[in-house]
Unconditional design. Structure first.
Length: 289
């Protein structure tokens, strides 16, 4: 009985944490602030680029490797390795609305050569952080390509958003990270703080709140509901992960911990989504007399 009570207490704590820390940024603030110089663009070519489709590679990533992530978040579009034009357009509008011209977006693309170039050229991050944690991050990207393994993420050391999922809420969340870092004067130090306990929860909460706040401000209610349903359980995995990050865990144990955090996140997300009013049906024009 005590063991069951302790489990229920843990679920309650995670549920409260998922709701309170991932609240929407309202009223929503557009723009990236004084620390993002609009004329300082790292690369003049297209901001959003796509990897060439590779059927067997994308199929392996979509149908096999990403199955645990799909089940934990209960979303078939997670790590789909094929991003629709509609999802890309949602991200493009977000970047334009917030004046984010420096950030690079890779849609299911693997380009370690350019990532190393961006790392070396990105002087908005101090050299110490670029050549330590930054090198490790690009090295990990090179050895374990997201093109196969998935894992949407923003790399502040190269100022690159890497996308493998076909869900607008996930894209806005990752762009929210980029927006958050664009506002910071000491980007490298802000990124390095992530190694400290609980700091990732703040970073993830800011990005989630920005994504949901943006959808609320745009009155995109269907997308807002979807954001609650996918971003809250995702945040729950970070909450449970923080509790286990300092313990040696096997693969199956890590999945169990992630699932334990996602379940209350799913509950919180569906409660929040249920409170969002449906978009009004289009009205028929009044007949002429």
């Amino acid at each position: 009985m005590f063991r069951h009570g302790r489990r229920l207490s843990l679920l309650s704590v995670l549920l409260i944490a998922a709701v309170t820390a991932s609240c929407a940024a309202v009223p929503y603030t557009y723009g990236v602030g004084e620390h993002e110089e609009k004329e300082d663009v790292l690369w003049p070519e297209a901001q959003i680029t796509r990897g060439e489709p590779i059927a067997w590679l994308d199929g392996l990533g979509h149908y096999v490797i990403s199955l645990p992530s799909k089940l934990i978040l209960w979303n078939w579009d997670v790590d789909r390795h094929r991003i629709s034009p509609e999802t890309e357009e949602a991200l493009r509008r977000y970047l334009e609305d917030n004046g984010m011209r420096r950030v690079r977006v890779r849609l299911n693309e693997y380009d370690p050569g350019e990532e190393f170039e961006r790392l070396f050229e990105n002087d908005s991050v101090g050299w110490f952080w670029r050549y330590t944690i930054g090198l490790l991050s690009v090295g990990f990207y090179t050895i374990f390509p997201g093109r196969l393994f998935g894992g949407d993420h923003y790399n502040p050391y190269t100022n690159t958003i890497n996308i493998y999922s076909d869900d607008p809420a996930i894209l806005l969340h990752e762009a929210g990270h980029a927006k958050d870092f664009a506002k910071r004067k000491y980007k490298g130090s802000y990124a390095a703080l992530r190694i400290l306990p609980l700091v990732p929860l703040y970073h993830e909460g800011v990005a989630t709140g920005d994504a949901i706040g943006y959808l609320i401000d745009k009155q995109q209610r269907a997308e807002q509901k979807d954001a609650y349903k996918v971003l809250y359980p995702a945040y729950g995995t970070y909450v449970s992960g923080e509790g286990a990050r300092w313990f040696p865990l096997g693969y199956l144990e890590s999945l169990a911990i992630a699932l334990a955090g996602a379940i209350p996140g799913h509950i919180a997300g569906r409660i929040a989504a249920a409170r969002v009013e449906d978009e009004p049906a289009p009205t028929e024009p009044a007949p002429r007399e």
